[in-house]
Write a protein that binds this ligand. Structure first.
Ligand SMILES: Cc1ncc(COP(=O)(O)O)c(C=O)c1O
Length: 333
């Protein structure tokens, strides 16, 4: 039986994100689009059909359709790359898992930034690899120190890139991700492992991803999500700066999430118990946050930190921040 630690952030999300009427500012995807919205983003006056409904639903191309792999190569790798350098997976979560399962084992060494998505260090550990954490520090604004990486690298350290449609493209529900590498032997090892877990991805998902990454839609979809994150980050900045005695952060330059540290009011300025804090905020305001020490700090690090996903729809973020502000004023300040 495989021994693997519980995946804390996924369990937290699963437990609380379906709370009735929850204001979810825990999620890290750009606010998800519907198929209708996706079609409206096409720069063609005549809406392009999203899915060819006449196509028989076979397993399809096993590595992912040529068209989708070509689009991933064009939009994410560039240069001399081609469809052959890409394998499509069920989300980045499968891409990450397959990379570790196919390539990492006892005697191998993995370097992983920390804090991060727990899968990236727990899975290689479960496979017997030695994992070195490349720790990002608040006192260095969470900027990775490249000189520390040089010390962590060993002759057997490998580098591979994964990605997905979930975060920047607001399409988590189609469960499409990829592994990209110029090394054919790496892709072959991943394909061999994938034969046992996926065969292919859903042909409907593949077609929707093709549509989203097509030249007619891609830039507009990204523009929508960039505009959303910029507008929302400005709102979050106003919020954090409104509570300087109890709230601090390294303001993100971009992305979809912020790590905010909350302290108690008064003289002591101790970090709050972030798990209790998130649960109390949820029960009193219905705003869902993610506790840093529980989900990203192995119950040791990042005490008092809370992850906020700010790329949700702007009205949801505005309402959540308004309720969180009232909570702070009534319970912490
Ligand atoms: C680093 C990382 N990998 C993978 C995932 C899962 O993404 P997907 O929806 O593409 O499976 C996440 C989601 O938070 C993530 O942060």
């Amino acid at each position: 039986m495989a021994r693997i630690q519980p995946f804390r952030v996924e369990q937290w999300m699963d437990q609380y994100e379906t709370t009735p009427d929850v204001l979810n500012v825990a999620e890290t995807c750009a606010s998800s689009v519907s198929l209708d919205e996706l079609q409206d983003l096409s720069d063609n006056d005549l809406r392009m059909p999203l899915i060819d409904t006449s196509r028989p639903l076979t397993y399809g191309a096993i590595r992912g359709s040529e068209a989708l792999r070509k689009s991933v190569s064009r939009t994410h790798i560039g240069g001399e790359s081609s469809a052959d350098d890409v394998v499509i997976t069920q989300g980045a979560i499968s891409a990450n898992f397959l990379v570790f399962y196919a390539l990492v084992g006892k005697g191998d060494h993995v370097v992983c930034v920390y804090p991060t998505y727990q899968q990236l260090y727990t899975v290689p550990e479960s496979l017997g690899a030695e994992v070195s954490l490349w720790r990002l520090k608040p006192e260095h604004e969470f900027i990775p120190a490249v000189e520390e990486l040089a010390e962590l690298l060993r002759p057997n350290t490998k580098t591979i890139v994964t990605g997905s449609m979930s975060k920047a493209y607001a399409l988590a529900g189609i469960r499409v991700g990829w592994v990209a590498s110029k090394d054919a032997s790496i892709l072959q090892a991943i394909l061999s492992a994938r034969d046992y877990t996926a065969i292919s991805v859903s042909q409907l998902d593949d077609q929707v991803a093709q549509y989203a990454l097509s030249e007619r839609v891609f830039s507009r979809l990204l523009q929508r999500n960039l505009a959303l994150t910029r507008e929302n980050l400005a709102l979050l900045k106003v919020f954090v700066e409104s509570y300087p005695s109890i709230c601090s952060w390294v303001q993100p330059n971009s992305g979809t999430m912020a790590f905010i540290r909350f302290t108690s009011g008064g003289q002591s300025r101790e970090p709050v118990d972030d798990v209790k804090f998130c649960l109390d905020v949820l029960s009193k305001t219905n705003v869902m946050l993610v506790p840093g020490s529980r989900c990203f700090g192995e119950d040791r690090d990042f005490m008092g930190y809370v992850r906020i996903g700010y790329a949700c729809s702007t009205p949801i973020l505005a309402e959540a921040l308004q309720r969180l502000g009232s909570y702070l004023e009534q319970n912490i300040l």
